[in-house]
Ligand binder design. Structure first.
Ligand SMILES: Nc1ncnc2c1ncn2[C@@H]1O[C@H](COP(=O)(O)OP(=O)(O)OP(=O)(O)O)[C@@H](O)[C@H]1O
Ligand SMILES: [Mg+2]
Length: 238
């Protein structure tokens, strides 16, 4: 899959109107190259989840411009006819609270998306199992979501966000419930996906263990972004 890249310019998001309006994003400017993993850091309520939801076409921005690859997807209004197809084909989401499908086992929770995209069942399950193994939850492959710990659920949700190899991955606090070894394993997987498939990845995090791994970081405060160099500490990747 060709590299894709993300560009956000002058993005604003106002929730509600009149006296109760909340200006969650006031001025967001951000760029992520194909193959890059960028950190997004900021205090609670600063607009991090709002930004990912706008970029992932889950909510409507109020103003600004967003580009994926060569396609302007939003320019003071959506420029894409089929937002469901955009979400399904281009965006991999890892949400803050994983919502797994309660009546499917772990493997099928992950294999469902590739199956829906037309991948043969056996191949979809094989891909699911490969990711579950990389995330160290393969021993729970046949369990139901309600039988998993919070950290196990999170790792299954991560596998599900990655399984279709989308060109853009948006991860909202993906490592919050994980111990440091597993948190670093998640970041390692994201970095190798970025490299292998030229994925552009944004990771929202407060996690002190993983912040030093980013080469570039965007800080957001009160809905305004600022770019900073990160430490880019080595993850022992080839
Ligand atoms: N649906 C909504 N309606 C009105 N205001 C909202 C809505 N969702 C979020 N907000 C407000 O927008 C602001 C940004 O919220 P957001 O969820 O993006 O913050 P965040 O940076 O992700 O915070 P956290 O670190 O706590 O997850 C907050 O003031 C929040 O109260
Ligand atoms: Mg949030």
């Amino acid at each position: 899959m060709a590299g894709f890249g993300i560009r956000i310019e002058g993005l604003r998001k106002r929730y509600g109107q009149g006296d109760t309006a909340v200006d969650a994003l006031k001025r967001v400017d951000m760029q992520v190259a194909p193959g890059e993993v960028v950190g997004l850091i900021g205090p609670s309520g600063s607009g991090k989840s709002t930004l990912l939801k706008c970029l992932g076409a889950i909510i409507d921005p109020t103003e600004g411009r967003m580009t994926l690859g060569d396609d302007v997807i939003y320019d003071n209004g959506w420029k894409v006819g089929d937002l469901r197809a955009l979400r399904r084909d281009k965006i991999g989401f890892v949400f803050q609270a994983p919502y797994l499908i309660p009546f499917l086992d772990v493997t099928d929770n992950v294999a469902l998306l590739p199956m829906l995209a037309g991948v043969a069942n056996g191949e979809a399950r094989a891909r699911a199992l490969e990711l579950l193994t990389a995330l160290d939850v393969q021993h729970r492959a046949k369990a139901m979501p309600s039988q998993l710990s919070g950290g196990e659920q999170q790792r299954v949700a991560i596998a599900r966000g990655l399984v279709n190899r989308p060109p853009v991955i948006l991860a909202d606090e993906p490592t919050a419930p994980l111990d440091s070894e597993r948190a670093l394993a998640v970041i390692r997987i994201l970095n190798s996906m970025a490299k292998q498939f030229q994925t552009a990845i944004i990771v929202v995090t407060h996690d002190e263990k993983i912040i030093p791994t980013f080469k570039r970081i965007y800080h957001i405060r009160d809905g305004v972004t600022h770019e900073e160099a990160g430490e880019g500490r080595s993850l022992g990747l080839a």
